[in-house]
Design a protein around this ligand. Structure first.
Ligand code: ADE
Length: 305
């Protein structure tokens, strides 16, 4: 109950839709108790099935369990007073620059400004990971910034792992930009908190993010921290291609599974170094135990800068 927020303590800007999924919508809004603080408000579309409402409540439960972390979108509170009418509102911290997928794809000029020589000699222009304002007011992307985001996502994922939470849907669409050099992980809609078993077997579901899923998740619906590592690799592939769709041109058929079973993988992103591509390939090892953990991934990336 510590997170309960009353209906008259916030406003929803219904004309400012931030995102929309199959059954959830995210609006911009504001807390209006003491000061006015911008928030993002996640709710369900009117008249959805009870199971969808329950899914949003389970997402809320995961978020309460997660505590504060600088690379996880913070829960501000929730309004559950209309639960019987089929309505719930989850208030989270507002990330003004939207999601990473849109940001990567946004400017065509991104690709022009990305200096190919940048990643061939990363030692040339050292920049501190903590130096938030190094890039000034420009939207120009460069190799160091892409690595910085990757490190931050690995740190957020270490926090999830320490809380025994499997994300289950890690992708750039679920990474938000708090500012241009600070990203946060969001959308725990498909996440599961592990209780006593160390992996989670999901019942068949119709809409799976198959391009991001590990082979064992596709084959046997098994979700573990190591299947999150696979998705992390696909997320980094999106980052280092500046937002391409993984497996371009492929569609969801059983052929996709045999593609992976033949040990075929995503090709090397245009903006990835050889070392970076080696790291991605390790995330997609058929054997989950051979994949690096999030701590090791952070350490490998810290020497890539
Ligand atoms: N889209 C989805 N969630 C969001 C948030 N918390 N801030 C900004 N845009 C979002």
């Amino acid at each position: 109950k510590a997170f309960e927020i009353k209906w008259d303590e916030f406003q929803i800007y219904e004309d400012k839709k931030l995102g929309e999924g199959a059954y959830g919508i995210v609006f911009q809004g504001a807390l209006v108790n003491n000061s006015t603080k911008m928030v993002a408000i996640k709710t369900v579309k009117p008249g959805v099935e009870k199971s969808i409402l329950l899914a949003l409540l389970s997402e809320l439960k995961v978020m309460i369990h997660l505590d504060i972390h600088e690379h996880i979108v913070a829960l501000i509170g929730a309004c559950t007073e209309f639960l019987r009418d089929g309505r719930v509102y989850i208030l989270v911290e507002y990330c003004p620059m939207g999601n990473l997928q849109d940001h990567l794809r946004k400017q065509d000029k991104n690709a022009m400004y990305m200096d190919i020589t940048d990643f061939k000699s990363p030692a040339l222009s050292p920049v501190s990971l903590e130096d938030e304002n190094f890039y000034g007011d420009t939207d120009i992307l460069n190799y160091k910034l892409l690595v910085k985001w990757s490190i931050q996502i690995a740190r957020g994922m270490q926090h999830l792992e320490s809380k025994k939470v499997i994300h289950g849907d890690l992708a750039t669409r679920n990474i938000l930009l708090y500012n241009k050099s600070h990203v946060k992980i969001t959308d725990f809609g498909l996440s599961r908190q592990l209780l006593d078993c160390d992996n989670y077997v999901k019942k068949s579901e119709n809409k799976l993010p198959w391009r991001w899923l590990a082979l064992e998740s596709l084959k046997s619906n098994v979700f573990t921290h190591k299947s999150d590592v696979w998705s992390y690799g696909v997320t980094l592939w999106e980052i280092f291609t500046l937002g391409l769709i993984p497996y371009p041109g492929m569609r969801w058929t059983t052929d996709f599974m045999s593609f992976l079973e033949q040990n075929l993988r995503l090709s090397k992103p245009l903006y990835a170094s050889d070392e970076m591509y080696k790291l991605l390939m390790r995330c997609w090892d058929v054997e989950p135990n051979n994949r690096p953990g999030f701590k090791e991934l952070e350490q490998l990336l810290l020497v890539q800068r």
